[in-house]
Each structure stands twice: as structure tokens, then as C-alpha cells.
Design a binder for this molecule. Structure first.
Ligand SMILES: NC(=O)c1ccc[n+]([C@@H]2O[C@H](COP(=O)([O-])OP(=O)(O)OC[C@H]3O[C@@H](n4cnc5c(N)ncnc54)[C@H](OP(=O)(O)O)[C@@H]3O)[C@@H](O)[C@H]2O)c1
Length: 240
């Protein structure tokens, strides 16, 4: 945690989940210059968050609530920067011939079910009054309207599921706070372990600190009119 003077900074506290990842770490670093306190959670923090274990989310949410009370700051920004594309559980599919139940199960667990459990345990911590933002890092390839290339069945479908969860949560959030904002975010192609095996020449791959700074600017500029949308790192709305 990085607690600083509240002078000249955004009000309230920021929380990054997935803070051990390439983008999540860069986002937490960048936000610490703009918020009086930034909390980082992931599989290697204390407390931990592991989407394979819902108890870890409940314990971590209780810890965040205690931090807010102790620091006398409200949670004003939640960024969820977790995600899975490839690893020991499998690789993204080029063809329907490659579809594998275990890979599909894992990619849905990390990209959709995990963030859904984050909604359950952390969205109630956001204030009922005043501007607050929940940003879930998704991916452009999760857009059904934008799918012209095919491939990556599991990753695409799990991010499309995340997008639907974000849209649904945005409607519930608006009922409890008219100034609450809940969006899905496309970070562009970022140089992280997730993208490295697939980075092609010609693709605009940006360093994580640069991509994080762009997303941070987008998050700062969002208004309640943007809630329930999929927004990219330039602040442009993408089709669902
Ligand atoms: N890199 C790109 O080009 C690109 C493009 C489009 C979208 N995205 C999206 O951007 C987000 C960040 O990805 P990245 O590029 O930073 O990848 P990364 O460096 O591989 O980070 C992956 C993140 O996922 C978290 N995670 C993995 N398994 C988890 C589990 N079981 N429980 C909880 N968290 C788990 C990791 O948490 P720990 O903190 O515990 O390590 C880590 O923060 C993802 O949503 C990704 O889909 C990335």
C-alpha cells in the first residue's frame, strides 16, 4: 500500500486487483501518483486473491473495508486487471478442432467467473453517493460486433461473458448510485507475459507503463453517461 498526503490528489482510495500482472502493476504504480492510497491485491499479496478460491475474495474484501475505515477514505476506484490467455491450462484455439473443455473451463474461470465474484464482494464497498468507478480490463477480441478474424474461441467468449457481466452490474450500480460508473476496458496490445507469444511485427505493442497511463487518463475522464460501455485506451467506445 502506498499512503500519501491527500493534498492535490483524487479523493478516496484506489484498489487494483491483478496487481501482480504486467498491466496491473503498472496501473497501481501510476495511480499511486494520483490517489492518496492505492491498495494492490493478487495471488502474491497479503491478503491474497485467487479466483479459484472464493473465500480469498471475501477475506480480501473485508480487509479492504478495514483499510478504508482505518484511513478514513472511501473506495473511489476499483480496477480489475486480471486475465488469462495461455499457460499450463492450454493455448488459445486456432480452430474448433482445438476446443478443449479444461482450457475453456479455466479461461472462463479467470476471465469471467473471477471478475463476477469480484463484483459480488467488492462493488458493495463503493460509496452510494458521489463519483466512483469500477473498471474491468476486458479485450477488444471479446466484442462480438467486432469479430471479423475468428479464432481464440475461449478467450473471446470469456471476455464477451465479462462484458455482459459488466453491463449488468452497471445497471445495478446505477440504481444504488447515480454517479457510479462501471465499464469494460480494452487496453490495446501491451507488452506483458499474456501477449508476448502472440506479439506480431506491425502490431502496436506498447510498454505496460505507457498503456497504464493511457487507461488511467481514460478512467479519470469517464462520466456517469459512459457507464455500461466497453471503452478502449483512447477513450473510444467499442461495440459489444
Ligand atoms: N497484454 C495485452 O496485450 C492485452 C490485450 C488485451 C487485453 N488484455 C487484458 O489485460 C488484462 C491484464 O493482462 P496482462 O497483459 O497484464 O497479463 P499478465 O501480465 O499475464 O497478468 C495476468 C493477471 O491475471 C491475474 N490472474 C491470473 N490467474 C489468476 C487467478 N487464478 N486468480 C486471480 N488472478 C489471476 C494475475 O494475477 P497476479 O496479480 O496474482 O499475478 C495477473 O494480474 C487481462 O484482462 C488481459 O486479458 C491484455
Amino acid at each position: 500500500m502506498d499512503a500519501r498526503s491527500t493534498r492535490d490528489r483524487a479523493p478516496g482510495l484506489a484498489l487494483v486487483i491483478g496487481a501482480g500482472g504486467g498491466l496491473g502493476a503498472a496501473l497501481a504504480d501510476g495511480l499511486s501518483g494520483a490517489y492518496p492510497a492505492v491498495l494492490r491485491l493478487g495471488r502474491t499479496t497479503a491478503p491474497t486473491i485467487d479466483y479459484m478460491d472464493e473465500t480469498s475474495l471475501k477475506t480480501a474484501a473485508d480487509w479492504v473495508a478495514a483499510q478504508c475505515a482505518g484511513l478514513q477514505l472511501e473506495l473511489r476506484l476499483l480496477v480489475v486487471a486480471s486475465g488469462f490467455l495461455h499457460g499450463a491450462q492450454g493455448q488459445p484455439e486456432c480452430s474448433w478442432a482445438n476446443l478443449d473443455a479444461d482450457y475453456l473451463s479455466h479461461v472462463f474461470r479467470i476471465n469471467a467467473i473471477g471478475p463476477a465474484l469480484v463484483m459480488k464482494h467488492f462493488l458493495p464497498l463503493l460509496p452510494r453517493q458521489g463519483r466512483c468507478v469500477a473498471g474491468f480490463v476486458s479485450a477488444r477480441v471479446g466484442s462480438i460486433g467486432d469479430n471479423t478474424l475468428g479464432g481464440w474461441y475461449g478467450y473471446r467468449a470469456s471476455k464477451a461473458a465479462l462484458n455482459q457481466l459488466v453491463k449488468t452490474a452497471s445497471i445495478e450500480m446505477r440504481r444504488r448510485n447515480k454517479d457510479g460508473i462501471c465499464v469494460a476496458l480494452h487496453p490495446g496490445t501491451v507488452d506483458t507475459p499474456l501477449s508476448q507469444p502472440f506479439a506480431k511485427t506491425g502490431l502496436a505493442v506498447r510498454p505496460a507503463p505507457e498503456a497504464a497511463a493511457e487507461l488511467q487518463a481514460v478512467l479519470a475522464a469517464l462520466t456517469p453517461a459512459d457507464t455500461g460501455t466497453l471503452v478502449d485506451y483512447r477513450g473510444q467506445q467499442l461495440p459489444w
